[in-house]
Structures are given as structure tokens and as C-alpha cells.
Design a protein around this ligand. Structure first.
Ligand SMILES: *[C@@H]1O[C@H](CO)[C@@H](O)[C@H](O)[C@H]1NC(C)=O
Ligand SMILES: *[C@@H]1O[C@H](CO)[C@@H](O)[C@H](O)[C@H]1NC(C)=O
Ligand SMILES: *[C@@H]1O[C@H](CO)[C@@H](O)[C@H](O)[C@H]1NC(C)=O
Length: 365
């Protein structure tokens, strides 16, 4: 019954879409901000359902501890006072396991063993409805406790996740807190940016980025930061006077939210499929950002960006990015559709546990 209904609903939507595409007499004006969502209907409906229903149980750590990065800390301090927290494990959809980022494998195993012993929840799904944060990326080494945690439980990793430490479809990516704290999205400026692209080198990156930086420095199409200390106003000016913000796929990519906020279309330089972008189940990343292979050097980069900068497609990308940027903003007290709530939304989508098969050859100590 409900299937028939939704099919009918879909075909109505299709009909309206095609009607407006044909533009019966004259083209309809395009909406102010086109939607950056993969499925706006699904997103808004599920988001409402999340607000009404989602409950998460938080285990108490043995001793108080602090997470290393601001985004981890903000998430962890926001969660207990949010409407999602529950003390009643029986009504929870997910279970949050707090532990410090630098915890050693043996101690991590003990944390899981204790949870397994003292509560009934772990054994029911072997941890698949459990959640933890690890910016460093979990390791799959260790005993069965650690293995179940890393293979079954949802990892909140910090964007960009260390290579090989992110399992797509299970894990979610936590966007960084802006260097300058909290900001509100701006009106996108006119696409008359002076520079084709802006790159703020990642201090922690390896030789390849420096090679690119060397080749681009002095090129009038590109604005390259010296890496010297800089102030908020200068940074914002650079973001908004460039068509694209270049990111090597390292720590520097954590600035992707700031780029969106200032209408600087993210351009990722990456040679492998991108799997760990924040909010991948929600946002149409392929329409918001461009991805360029690293192999072709400066000329290929310039060609790819010049092509992407031409025509209506660019302006659309920029507007989509600005519309999406609210999901990257952190607040001390979470606000609707901000980073905290959008992350919770991704957890809500993952509440149906998938269980990793028990291996008998792994001992449970
Ligand atoms: C969960 O299962 C393990 C054995 O796999 C057992 O030692 C433990 O007591 C169980 N926990 C609970 C709460 O029953
Ligand atoms: C942006 O440019 C268009 C024409 O390209 C112009 O009509 C519009 O007023 C400009 N908007 C702003 C805010 O400068
Ligand atoms: C640097 O780039 C080359 C080719 O572009 C690649 O083979 C190599 O793995 C890269 N090195 C690092 C550290 O990313």
C-alpha cells in the first residue's frame, strides 16, 4: 500500500519537475539557493524524525578525560546536554563509547570488555549499534574486543581521515571547527573573483605539496599563502576573492567548511576515489566541489579549473556550496542543521546495525 503511494508521489514530482523544465511559456526563475542535498525530501523528513525519536546512550568513562581536537571535544560536550541523550539504554538506538584518543590497545580492549560484561547492549549486536570518536583512526589490530569495536561500531573520524582508517558506509566524517570559531554564512559574492584558485599550504604536508606550491608561486592565476601567520580579515578576503580553494588531501583539507562559507568552491587534488568527505549521505559533493588528479601538474590543474570556472555551472556550484556551509558551522550550543546536528543525522541514518561475523579463532580474554 505504502509502496504504491510513494511511487505515485514520485511520479507526480517527476511530472512537476519536467513541467518546469519544459517551461510552458517562459522559463521559471531559478530558486535563490538551489538545493545541495542528494534528496531534499528524504533529508528534511528524516531530520524531523531524528529530532523526534533519536536516542543515544552514553557510557561513563572510568576517569574524566579530554579529547585532542576542538571538533571532538565540542561533539562530546554537546552530546550529553542534547535532546538525543538518554539514560535508558533500552530505548536507545545507539550507544556512545567515550575513550581518549591516545588510549593504548590493551586499555581499549579493557574498556570494551567492561562494557560487554556490565551491560547487555554490546552482546546483542557485537558492537554494531555502538559509536566512538577517533581522529587518529582506529586500528584493527588487537584482540576480539578491539576488532569488534573497529569493524562493527560506527567510527566518527575527523575529516580528513588518515588513509586506510575509514570504512565507507559505516564510518562518518567529523568536520573541523573553523580556525576562527563561529561564523555565519555570507551572501555569495559576485563571481568576479580575481584569482582562479587559492592555496594555503598545509604545514604538515609532505614533499608533493611543496612541489605544487613551488610551481604555482608567482603564477598570477593562483594566490598562494606564504604559510606565515595571518589574520581573519586577510584570510576571508583571500577566500572570497578566489574562484576555487585548493586542497591537497591532507590536514589542510579540514578548511573545506571555511571555503564553502565564503563562496570559494573547494577543489580537491586527489588521485583516489573520495570516500571520506563529511556528510556524504546528505550533500551532492560532485556538484559542490571539483576533484582534480595530482598527476597532470600545473597545466592540467589550470585547464580543469578554467573549464569548471566557465559558464553557469560554476555559479551553481558556488551557491550550492554556500547553501551547504551551514552544516559545517559549530556552535557552543548546537543550532538546527549545524555541524553537530548534521553529524547526529548521519548517525541516525546508521542506526540499523549490521553485524560483523564472529570469528571463533579469536580469543576473548
Ligand atoms: C557477553 O558475552 C560474553 C561472552 O561472549 C560474556 O562473557 C558476557 O558476560 C556477556 N555479557 C552479558 C552482559 O551477558
Ligand atoms: C552581480 O553581477 C550582476 C551582473 O553580472 C549584477 O546584475 C549584480 O547586480 C551584481 N551583484 C552584486 C551584489 O554586485
Ligand atoms: C608524490 O607524487 C607522485 C606522483 O605524482 C607519487 O607517485 C607519490 O606517491 C607522491 N608522494 C606522496 C608522499 O604522496
Amino acid at each position: 500500500m505504502s509502496i504504491t503511494f510513494s511511487l505515485f508521489f514520485l511520479s507526480l514530482t517527476t511530472l512537476f519537475t519536467s513541467l518546469s523544465c519544459i517551461g510552458l511559456s517562459k522559463p521559471l526563475p531559478s530558486p535563490e539557493l538551489p538545493s545541495p542535498y542528494i534528496s531534499p525530501i528524504k533529508f528534511f523528513r528524516n531530520y524531523e524524525a531524528m529530532l523526534n525519536k533519536f536516542k543515544i546512550f552514553i557510557y561513563k568513562p572510568n576517569a574524566a578525560f579530554a579529547y585532542e581536537s576542538p571538533s571532538e571535544s565540542l561533539f562530546y560536550t554537546s552530546l550529553p546536554s542534547s535532546p538525543f541523550a538518554t539514560e535508558d539504554g533500552e530505548q536507545a538506538h545507539l550507544y556512545f563509547v567515550p575513550f581518549p584518543s591516545d588510549l593504548r590497545i590493551n586499555s581499549l580492549s579493557r574498556v570494551v570488555r567492561e562494557i560487554r560484561r556490565a551491560f547487555p547492549y554490546w552482546n546483542r549486536t557485537l558492537g554494531a549499534d555502538h559509536v566512538f570518536i577517533s581522529c587518529r583512526g582506529s586500528t584493527t589490530a588487537g584482540d576480539r574486543n578491539v576488532l569488534e569495536l573497529t569493524k562493527n561500531a560506527i567510527q566518527i573520524s575527523c575529516f580528513p581521515a588518515p588513509a586506510g582508517k575509514f570504512i565507507p558506509h559505516k564510518d562518518v566524517s567529523l568536520p573541523a571547527v573553523s580556525t576562527f570559531g563561529v561564523d555565519t554564512p555570507l551572501e555569495p559574492k559576485n563571481a568576479s573573483a580575481r584569482f582562479l584558485a587559492y592555496l594555503r599550504p598545509d604545514q604538515s604536508a609532505g614533499a608533493n605539496e611543496s612541489a605544487l606550491v613551488n610551481q604555482l608561486t608567482g603564477d598570477p592565476d593562483f594566490l598562494i599563502d606564504s604559510g606565515a601567520p595571518f589574520d581573519k580579515a586577510t584570510y576571508e578576503e583571500r577566500l572570497s576573492s578566489s574562484k576555487f580553494c585548493l586542497f591537497e588531501y591532507g590536514a589542510g583539507a579540514s578548511r573545506i567548511g571555511e571555503a564553502l562559507l565564503f563562496g570559494c568552491v573547494p577543489a580537491g587534488i586527489i588521485d583516489r576515489p573520495v570516500q571520506a568527505l563529511p556528510f556524504m549521505d546528505v550533500l551532492t559533493w560532485q556538484e559542490i566541489a571539483v576533484f582534480v588528479g595530482a598527476g597532470g601538474g600545473v597545466e592540467e590543474l589550470r585547464t580543469a579549473l578554467s573549464q569548471a570556472a566557465a559558464g553557469d555551472r560554476y555559479e551553481r556550484m558556488r551557491r550550492l556550496g554556500v547553501a551547504a556551509s551551514k552544516h559545517f558551522v559549530w556552535h557552543k550550543t548546537p543550532e538546527p542543521y549545524d555541524c553537530f546536528n548534521t553529524l547526529m543525522y548521519q548517525l541516525w541514518l546508521r542506526r540499523f546495525a549490521i553485524r560483523y561475523v564472529i570469528r571463533d579463532d579469536l580469543s576473548l580474554d
